[in-house]
Design a protein around this ligand. Structure first.
Ligand SMILES: *Cc1c(COP(=O)(O)O)cnc(C)c1O
Ligand code: SF4
Length: 330
């Protein structure tokens, strides 16, 4: 008998690590040794599924509702308060050029590479976005980019583009490489914060293969998320001549205080990662408990300016649908 395939495709380590994500709230609460009175506060059947990499759960303080990582990933009963916000605050549907391409701003377009993420953040502005999950190819998007010479940068976003297999990423990179007017490929990813194993030799080889300038923007909100293993993985990317920047969301009870933000920015610059944006939280339904007033955001940025090198201070921005760029508050 002849075997159908003689090639045994090894499952990459990061996929195996991802299988240990917590997806069941009861299991997570047991792991966190949560006391019964605190369990009362937790929403057991959220609309947006629980999804937490094991290493993030392992960083959470046991039996606490106040841990900054816990707050970002575990659904509280406040989520069922629908008086705050709307389902899709950014009106991204209006900017959809095809299933997976958003063109909102001059010069750059954003590819919704996948709907999947390494982790589900409770405050996510795209948690209600109707992703196209049937069509796996990027044929239509590549054609649109090739036809529009004003696009010099493509942003791979999602979801999280690092959820794609290296096979898909490699062929996407190859196709993008063939578009002469495209000069830069930008990643928007939170993956390395939860599963730094994703930055493996195979992925690094794809990054190196491109003739375009690659730019890497991670999403980290609290210094606890950034540890030596995460910084080490990102260092490998920096060594390829790829700048690594960070965007954060300003979140009540997570990072809306001077000490935390200063420590976050210092940890980032110590790892060679430049703070890019501090986003004012988008008003997504059920996320009112994360909201921080703009005035408070401005005060926090002024504090950072007084305590950090200029390059260590992020721009405070808000996404306002219909504007030609994000709105810079300071
Ligand atoms: C945020 C965003 C961008 C990128 O904006 P920058 O200010 O360049 O970081 C591009 N396209 C869309 C649809 C966006 O939401
Ligand atoms: S990683 Fe980004 S896209 Fe995914 S859930 Fe979190 S905020 Fe949303």
């Amino acid at each position: 008998m002849i075997p159908l395939s003689t090639k045994s495709q090894a499952i990459p380590v990061w996929r195996q690590v991802q299988k240990n994500n917590f997806n069941r709230i009861e299991l997570l609460l047991d792991f966190l040794e949560m006391a019964p009175d605190k369990r009362e506060k937790i929403l057991l059947r959220p609309n947006f599924a629980l999804n937490i990499p094991f290493r993030l759960a392992a960083k959470m303080e046991k039996n606490s509702l106040n841990d900054p990582i816990f707050k970002q990933f575990v659904p509280l009963k406040e989520e069922s308060d629908t008086s705050f916000g709307v389902l899709e605050p950014l009106e991204d549907q209006n900017f959809r050029k095809s299933q997976k391409l958003l063109k909102k701003y001059r010069g750059r377009a954003l590819m919704l590479a996948t709907g999947a993420c390494a982790m589900n953040c409770r405050f996510c502005f795209r948690q209600n976005f109707p992703y196209e999950t049937e069509e796996k190819s990027f044929q239509q998007e590549l054609a649109l980019i090739a036809m529009d010479p004003t696009i010099s940068e493509i942003i791979l976003s999602g979801g999280d583009p690092l959820s794609l297999s290296d096979g898909s990423l490699a062929s996407l990179f190859q196709a993008l490489d063939e578009i002469p007017h495209l000069r830069r490929i930008r990643f928007h990813t939170r993956f390395p914060i939860g599963i730094p194993e994703r930055i493996d030799d195979s992925f690094l080889a794809i990054l190196s293969s491109s003739s375009k300038q690659v730019i890497f923007i991670i999403h980290c909100n609290h210094p606890k998320e950034l540890d030596e293993e995460v910084a080490g993985a990102l260092k490998k990317i920096q060594k390829l001549g790829i700048p690594v920047l960070n965007q954060s969301v300003l979140l009540k009870g997570v990072n809306d205080d001077e000490r935390t933000l200063l420590s976050l920015c210092e940890s980032l610059v110590n790892a060679g990662i430049l703070p890019y944006y501090l986003h004012l939280h988008d008003p997504v339904r059920g996320t009112g408990h994360f909201d921080v007033p703009e005035e408070r955001g401005l005060d926090l940025i002024r504090f950072l300016q007084e305590n950090l090198s200029g390059y260590g201070v992020p721009h405070l921005v808000r996404e306002e649908p219909g504007k030609p760029s994000k709105t810079f508050k300071i």
